[in-house]
Design a protein around this ligand. Structure first.
Ligand SMILES: [Ca+2]
Ligand SMILES: [Ca+2]
Ligand SMILES: [Ca+2]
Length: 351
C-alpha cells in the first residue's frame, strides 16, 4: 500500500469508465445514511481499501460509519492507520476501487455515470490529527474519448481539510472547467492524510455532500428572432466581470465572436457560451430567421393586419420594434407610402 502511488494515481486521474450503477444529479449517498451489509464497511456507492486491509492478517478498516453525524444517523469516518510500520492513509472513493497489489500504481478509480455540470461540491466535515496533517477531497468529471480510449478531464475540484474543534464545519470545492464537453462520469476521492507528514490517527468525518448548481451562468436568448433583409440585429448577454463569452455559428461550429454582444446580418443558428471565472459554462442558442415576403413589414413570416399597423406607424413617424423596409416597400419604388399599404391589404385579402 504505497501511499504516494495512490496519490499519483489520483493526481494523474487514472479513472476508467465504470459500468452503469445509478444516474442522478446529486452526490450518490452523499448523506452517508446507507451502509449495506457485505460492502466491507463502505457506504453504498463508495469504496475503500477495506476489502484488502480489513481482513486477516491486518484487520485495518480505514473507512467506517460513525454516529457522530452532521445530520441523520451516520457520517463517513476515514482514519489513517498503520500496517507493518507503514502509514496507511484512509481513502474513500466514489464508485469502485480496483486495487492492484502487485502494481499499486495501476490501481483504478472507477467512477459513476454523471452528465451534469455542478458549480461546486459542498459538505460538512470534522478533522483531527495528532500531528500537522491535513485531509483532502478531489472531485473529477471526465468523458470517455473514443479515439484515445481514455477518459478526458472535463472539470476538477480540490479542497483541504484542516483541524477543527468540536463542531462540523462547512466546506466547498469549486469546480474548474477545462472543456465545454458534457461529462459522462464522476469520481470523488477523500483522504484522511494528504500532507508530507501524514500521521496515523489523523481522522476525517464527512457528511451531507451535495452539488451546488447556482453558479451556472444563465444565457438568455429568444428561441428565434426575425431579421429584415439588409438590416442587422444585435444580441446582448449582459456583462459580468471575469466571464468569458463565445459565439459559435450553429451550422459550422466556427467561433464568430468573443464579446458579450454580437451583431448578425445573416439568417442562421447562433450559439452563445458564457463561462464564469471557473470556466463553468452556460449555453444558449437563437435562430435568426429572414422573411423576405412583400408586405411582411414586421418580419414575422406572415402578412396580416399587424403589418398594416407597422406600416402606418412608420408612416406617421412612430418607431416599431421591427420594421422591414424592403418588405414594406411592396412596389419597390424606394419609399413606403399609402400605395404599399393598399398593396399589402390586397396581399393578405388574397391569402
Ligand atoms: Ca448523515
Ligand atoms: Ca408580418
Ligand atoms: Ca413603395
Amino acid at each position: 500500500m504505497k501511499y504516494h502511488f495512490l496519490i499519483i494515481s489520483l493526481l494523474l486521474f487514472v479513472f476508467v469508465d465504470g459500468e452503469v450503477l445509478y444516474a442522478q444529479a446529486g452526490v450518490h449517498n452523499g448523506n452517508f445514511e446507507s451502509w449495506p451489509s457485505g460492502n466491507n464497511d463502505n457506504p453504498e456507492f463508495w469504496d475503500s481499501p477495506n476489502s484488502i486491509t480489513g481482513g486477516f492478517p491486518f484487520f485495518l478498516k480505514t473507512v467506517e460509519k460513525t454516529s457522530d453525524s452532521h445530520t441523520g444517523n451516520w457520517a463517513a469516518q476515514i482514519t489513517t492507520g498503520t500496517i507493518l510500520g507503514e502509514t496507511i492513509p484512509g481513502l474513500l472513493s466514489l464508485g469502485t476501487l480496483e486495487i492492484d497489489l502487485e502494481n499499486i500504481e495501476n490501481t483504478q478509480f472507477i467512477g459513476l455515470p454523471f452528465s451534469d455540470r455542478p458549480g461546486k461540491l459542498e459538505g460538512y466535515y470534522k478533522y483531527s490529527t495528532p500531528g500537522t496533517d491535513f485531509g483532502l477531497l478531489a472531485i473529477l468529471l471526465t468523458r470517455y474519448n473514443d479515439s484515445t480510449n481514455s477518459q478526458d478531464s472535463i472539470a476538477f475540484g480540490l479542497t483541504q481539510f484542516t483541524a477543527q474543534e468540536d463542531e462540523y464545519a462547512y466546506f466547498s470545492a469549486t469546480m474548474q472547467y477545462l472543456t465545454l464537453a458534457e461529462p459522462d462520469s464522476i469520481n470523488i476521492v477523500i483522504l484522511s492524510s494528504a500532507s508530507p507528514t501524514m500521521m496515523p490517527g489523523s481522522q476525517l468525518k464527512v457528511d451531507d455532500l451535495a452539488f451546488d448548481y447556482s453558479a451556472t451562468p444563465i444565457v438568455e436568448l429568444p428561441e428565434f428572432i426575425p431579421l429584415c433583409s439588409g438590416e442587422s440585429h444585435t444580441f446582448e448577454l449582459g456583462f459580468f466581470e471575469g466571464y468569458t463569452y463565445t459565439w459559435l455559428h450553429g451550422e459550422t461550429g466556427d467561433v464568430i465572436g468573443n464579446e458579450n454582444v454580437l451583431t448578425v446580418t445573416e439568417p442562421g443558428i447562433y450559439e452563445a457560451i458564457v463561462q464564469n471565472q471557473q470556466g463553468l459554462p452556460g449555453f444558449g442558442s437563437v435562430e435568426v430567421v429572414l422573411y423576405e415576403e412583400p408586405g411582411d413589414a414586421n418580419g414575422d413570416g406572415v402578412v396580416n393586419g399587424l403589418d398594416i399597423i407597422t406600416m402606418i406607424n412608420y408612416f406617421v413617424g412612430n418607431e416599431s420594434e421591427v420594421f422591414c423596409f424592403e418588405n414594406a416597400d411592396v412596389n419597390g419604388d424606394g419609399v413606403v407610402n399609402i400605395l404599399d399599404i393598399v398593396m399589402t391589404i390586397a396581399i393578405f385579402a388574397d391569402n
